[in-house]
Write a protein of this length. Structure first.
Ligand code: TRP
Length: 345
């Protein structure tokens, strides 16, 4: 019997600054889960970050931190493929190849580009002010990331589904151009590009931030995933509450303190604390102390792993280099196949 080949999942991680607990529950944990059922690949999209981050020290620090963060959170680099986008030159060759199959009109419709243009128009500026070609062609590079590895699924948040759809469009236009239904490949290799699908994270918890809105770097309401215990406590004490007194009974589900508490606790622990909220006699200060205790309980081992990884840059580099080697051997094969199809050999 032929062993069934596992499907490929590919996760791109943009190295933009400090990871927070919203990233942990919303993206990191669900993406790491996929390694159980898929042949999972994870990469740091460092050239995507260059569009926005033009400070070398900041960019390289972000790359290290995000790589160390995913490893600390449980990414097993021995079992999956983990690499930096910039280590795979085939990505950039494929991006150039795909340019010829990407209509400019498709790029004009990309949400991120359209938002930038609209913001310029509203300010009365030139529509393309501050828009670089990296931003404009962002979806092509992302399509290359995806298509290079014959990815079946791409786990993304809702904001990224359009990009995956664009990768589908580009792949389809490539395949359509070279379709030769008379040729059946003996090895069962596909002739063109595999059409990926987005795996949209639907039922992951929305993590509330300090102010009760969705936790997000851009709202400045995030609790960092990696900071000292003391800093963590400070962040938690900053959570906004109403003016209910200690004695008053409180509605657990109406409080972001309790919503956060739920993410870090068992159903039993939740029931015990919810009852105390409802009884009254527990003030917000004490509720925050309880929250700090359970967050710190979960994050302490992560923090320790993170600090150990950050303290040994040579080992981190070696891990990423090993991943790049695995990734390149796959990428090189895809590119050979594609070069043959297009007539550049
Ligand atoms: N655009 C993604 C983001 O902003 C990052 C990314 C780049 C990516 N290339 C990718 C995600 C390929 C999935 C697949 O988060």
């Amino acid at each position: 019997m032929v062993a069934l080949k596992k499907k490929v999942s590919l996760t791109g991680i943009k190295p933009t600054g400090n990871l927070h607990i919203g990233n942990y529950f919303g993206a990191i944990k669900p993406a790491l889960e996929l390694a159980k059922t898929y042949e999972a690949r994870y990469f740091i999209a460092d050239y995507h970050a260059l569009n926005a981050v033009k400070d070398a020290a900041v960019l390289s620090a972000n790359i290290r931190e995000v790589a160390a963060g995913w490893l600390a959170a449980g990414l097993d680099a021995e079992r999956v493929v983990f690499y930096r986008q910039s280590s795979i030159p085939e990505t950039f060759e494929l991006a150039t190849l795909l340019m010829a199959f990407t209509s400019k009109g498709l790029m004009n419709r990309a949400h991120a580009y359209k938002a930038a243009v609209q913001a310029n128009v509203e300010k009365g500026e030139d529509p393309d002010a501050g828009v670089n070609m990296g931003l404009f062609t962002y979806p092509v590079l992302m399509a290359a990331d995806i298509l290079l590895f014959d990815s079946d699924v791409v786990p993304v948040g809702k904001d990224q589904t359009q990009h995956v759809e664009m990768a589908q469009d580009v792949a389809e236009s490539f395949n359509f151009n070279y379709a030769r239904r008379d040729v059946a490949d003996a090895e069962g290799d596909r002739l063109g590009l595999k059409i990926p699908s987005a795996l949209v994270r639907e039922n992951v918890a929305v993590v509330p931030g300090l102010d009760g809105r969705k936790m997000s770097k851009s709202y400045n309401n995030a609790i960092p995933l990696f900071c000292t215990e003391k800093q963590l406590r400070k962040f938690i004490m900053r959570i906004v509450t109403n003016s209910q007194s200690v004695e008053e009974p409180k509605d657990p589900d109406g409080s972001q303190i309790f919503l956060l508490y739920k993410l870090f606790t068992s159903v039993e622990e939740q029931a015990v604390l919810a009852a105390r909220y409802r009884e009254g006699g527990m003030g917000w200060g004490e509720a925050k102390e309880e929250l700090f205790r359970v967050i710190n309980r979960e994050l302490t081992p992560l923090r320790e792993r993170f600090n150990a990884i950050m303290a040994d840059p040579a080992k981190l580099d070696a891990t990423l280099a090993q991943g790049a080697e695995k990734a390149r051997s796959i990428a090189a094969k895809t590119l050979l196949r594609l070069r043959k199809i297009i007539g550049i050999q």
